[in-house]
Ligand binder design. Structure first.
Ligand code: GRF
Length: 213
């Protein structure tokens, strides 16, 4: 059973998708802890509701990134196999990242390596690309960088607003985050340099074309 800690800053809908997946019969992972850097994060309520241990490590109470990251590392329960960032809005430096290398994953609401950073959906619309999406990747010290585990592509529609696109992408986030954690828990994920190899991955059905005609 893979033991997972989830780091959040906000509403925690991705956290919820992981909690729900971990609750399925035969799930190969369990969420044993949720840590927030914000005391008021609604995700903490979700965790409590599910009977999961919570902790708050408020970055504002530390003088610099390294002491904050030390406190974060100290809070993570012994025996944790994987740390999942789910809407965790602090950049982690190599101090933390190297300690958890290849055991630390993130979700980002774009098709990386495009649109790193914030405001991804508006930037995708403005750029005129035909697909937005989301990515689960192993974390590296550079922002929104690292070997990609899973992605979902979402067609961008004529007249889409960032809010509408975000809503449709979020639905896919809730599918691919549990998928990625499950693949890791089953031992099917291997980091090979800059890439990830998935053992026994079925090929996807077909290409998506936008516009279709
Ligand atoms: C998601 O869009 C995620 O991709 C991004 O922050 C948002 C968090 O949403 N990193 P939630 O807190 O999981 O609802």
């Amino acid at each position: 059973m893979l033991k997972v800690a989830v780091l959040i800053s906000g509403g925690g809908t991705n956290l919820q998708s992981l909690i729900d997946a971990a609750g399925q019969p035969g799930a190969p992972f369990q969420i044993q802890q949720v840590i927030s850097n914000k005391a008021g994060a609604y995700g903490l309520e979700r965790a409590k509701e599910a009977g999961i241990e919570t902790a708050i490590v408020d970055h504002k109470q530390f003088d610099g990134r390294q002491p904050f990251e030390d406190a974060l590392m100290a809070e993570i329960l012994p025996g944790t196999n994987l740390v999942c960032l789910a809407g965790f809005m602090r950049l982690l430096t190599d101090h933390f990242v190297n300690k958890w290398l290849d055991r630390l994953i993130n979700i980002h609401p774009s098709l990386l390596p495009s649109f790193k950073g914030l405001d991804t959906h508006q930037r995708a619309i403005d750029a005129g690309v035909r697909f937005g999406g989301c990515t689960i990747h192993f974390v590296r010290p550079a922002m929104d960088d690292g070997p990609i585990i899973a992605q979902a592509a979402v067609p961008i529609l004529q007249g889409d607003t960032a809010e509408e696109l975000a809503r449709r992408v979020l639905t896919e986030e809730h599918r691919i985050y549990p998928l990625a954690v499950r693949l890791i828990a089953l031992g099917r994920v291997r980091v090979a340099g800059e890439r990830v190899e998935i053992n026994n991955a079925a090929p996807p059905a077909a290409a998506m074309i936008n516009p279709p005609g």
